[in-house]
Write a protein that binds this ligand. Structure first.
Ligand code: PEP
Length: 246
């Protein structure tokens, strides 16, 4: 379980070619910062170019379609993402669940398609503020895990889980370290139920308002295997501040 922390930047719908200089700067620094495994998920339009700019860091997408191909205007298959040079895909981000009505079953189908295409997956789970206030956070998150993760994975190495409380994303608010530790412990237990021994290899990232100034504290929490970073991944300076803290 003593793996390098995994720090993943999610650029969301940000980034034109001019932003590739940030990817290049992150990649150059990664050479010196090999204590962490670093990756970026730019928009689809930059995947191929980002892969060419960056030799060392991982490059991944933010979603894929569950089908191999076909009449799905505007969608992108896992094989296309692989062909663009990416190595992983983020699935089930709360913005996809909310904006596109993605269900756990949709996410599970995408996860299976991504693994079949040779991509690693980062599956996001997390409760809303209302669900937390109602004392349902653990139930919601474990239901999402069971519903969204592929039922079998040939290796836990290919699967990462990101715990992202919806109310912490982009708000500057974070759970207490005690709450993060409790949820990561719950997730670890559920992963062991689903995958048995293979669960040991699965990293559980924390995501939600991770910044250079809180990263060290959040990344030191038990069973936090890294961070999924939104806003603070958009410039090399702030993203590398988090990488250094890891
Ligand atoms: C995210 O959207 O995955 C995220 C964690 O965003 P932020 O870091 O901006 O809260």
């Amino acid at each position: 379980m003593a793996k390098r922390p995994y720090i993943v930047g999610n650029w969301k719908m940000h980034g034109t070619r001019s932003m590739l200089s940030e990817a290049r700067a992150i990649d150059r620094a990664a050479e010196r910062l090999m204590k962490a495994e670093v990756a970026l998920a730019p928009p689809f339009t930059l995947l191929h170019a980002a892969r060419k700019e960056a030799d060392l860091i991982g490059i991944g997408a933010q979603d894929c379609h569950a089908a191999e191909g076909g009449a799905h205007t505007g969608d992108i298959s896992a094989a296309m993402i692989r062909d663009a040079g990416a190595g992983f895909v983020i699935l089930g981000h709360s913005e996809r669940r909310a904006d596109h009505g993605e269900s756990d079953a949709d996410i599970q189908a995408k996860a299976q398609a991504a693994l079949a295409a040779g991509l690693n997956i980062i599956v996001c789970v997390g409760e809303t503020e209302q669900e937390r206030d109602a004392g349902k956070a653990e139930e919601i998150v474990t239901d999402q895990l069971v519903g969204s993760l592929p039922p079998c994975a040939e290796s836990g190495e290919k699967v990462t889980v990101a715990y992202e409380p919806v109310w912490a994303i982009g708000t500057g608010r974070t759970p207490t370290v005690e709450d993060i530790a409790a949820m990561h412990g719950t997730i670890r237990g559920k992963l062991a139920e689903i995958y048995g021994d293979a669960a040991e290899e699965i990293r559980i990232l924390y995501g939600g308002s991770v910044k250079p100034d809180n990263a060290a504290e959040l990344l030191a929490v038990a069973d936090v295997g890294g961070a999924l970073v939104g806003g603070a991944s958009l410039t090399a300076d702030s993203f590398l501040g988090i990488v250094v803290a890891a």
